[in-house]
Design a protein around this ligand. Structure first.
Ligand SMILES: Nc1ncnc2c1ncn2[C@@H]1O[C@H](COP(=O)(O)OP(=O)(O)OP(=O)(O)O)[C@@H](O)[C@H]1O
Length: 261
């Protein structure tokens, strides 16, 4: 892998889903180790942007289009995914609910839903899984079936799984969805530890409280375009959020976290 400082470079990126173009003219550069939040109304293209980074969606070809990840335009997808940790709201597969926490994390090495008998699990993989569980403060869930965990516990297991191969960028799509207040708080603390140990984070969220103090860059999207890209101080203001969402917003900040109503 090249020693570029760049994680992502996009220029003139347009992406279609179904019959419609849903991302328009995306120009974006993200450095390795950056912590970025993406905000915007429903349907504005946030998840599609994440899926374009993870190569689940592809840009429409044009000679001006540029999409580089870690300095390279072409990737073997399985190699690229070794550099990424992807967490979505869904469990990775049908067998995951009947898999124990530690096994679900180890299965992340193979992008598998469970530990299939043909997979060779080395002691080092087990050790790394134990470390990822510890980082998520989920060691006590190692022997519990994923299907018997609460939503918050499952989310922490899925983040441990995404981190098990030590990716340089963790991509999270609405990580606090469906979590109660205590689980949201635990998740934030866990993600702060991830950010502080140097892993990059790109997070799509609808909750301002998810924007950790470590996240210092915010992208605002509307109608498939990035309409603002600046520091959290510049963009997390009542007037900017009002412009983005079209509703009146009241904001307070406490200990580096924002809350709105
Ligand atoms: N599988 C799909 N097939 C066709 N169109 C899709 C598909 N998934 C998303 N879209 C459309 O693409 C557009 C962008 O969707 P996307 O999920 O990226 O938005 P989002 O900002 O993440 O929304 P939300 O906040 O509701 O999750 C929307 O108009 C959506 O209807």
């Amino acid at each position: 892998m090249s020693e570029t400082t760049q994680f992502l470079e996009m220029a003139n990126v347009n992406v279609a889903r179904g019959d419609s173009v849903v991302l328009h003219d995306i120009r974006l550069r993200i450095e390795r180790g950056e912590h970025v939040a993406i905000l915007g109304p429903n349907g504005c293209g946030k998840s599609t942007l994440i899926k374009t980074i993870t190569c689940e969606c592809y840009p429409i070809y044009s000679p001006e289009m540029r999409l580089r990840l870690l300095g390279r335009e072409r990737w073997d997808i399985s190699q690229l995914r070794q550099h990424l940790g992807v967490v979505s709201a869904d469990l990775p597969g049908e067998r995951t609910p009947v898999t124990r926490g530690a096994d679900a994390v180890v299965a992340g090495f193979f992008s598998a839903s469970t530990i299939w008998p043909n997979l060779h699990i080395s002691p080092e993989m087990r050790q790394r899984a134990a470390e990822a569980l510890e980082l998520m403060q989920a060691t006590h869930l190692a022997n519990k079936l994923v299907g018997e965990m609460s939503a918050g516990e499952q989310r922490r297991i899925m983040i441990a799984r995404a981190l098990v191969h030590r990716p340089e960028m963790l991509l999270l799509d609405e990580p606090s969805n469906a979590l109660d207040m205590a689980a949201q708080r635990e998740l934030r603390e866990a993600l702060r530890r991830v950010a502080q140990q140097g892993t990059g984070i790109i997070m799509v969220t609808h909750h301002l409280a998810d924007i950790l103090p470590e996240i210092n860059r915010v992208l605002m999207m509307r109608d498939g375009r990035i309409i603002a890209d600046d520091t959290r101080e510049a963009l997390i203001t009542a007037s900017q959020l009002q412009k983005l969402f079209g509703v009146e917003v009241d904001l307070t900040e406490r200990d580096g976290f924002w809350h709105s109503w």
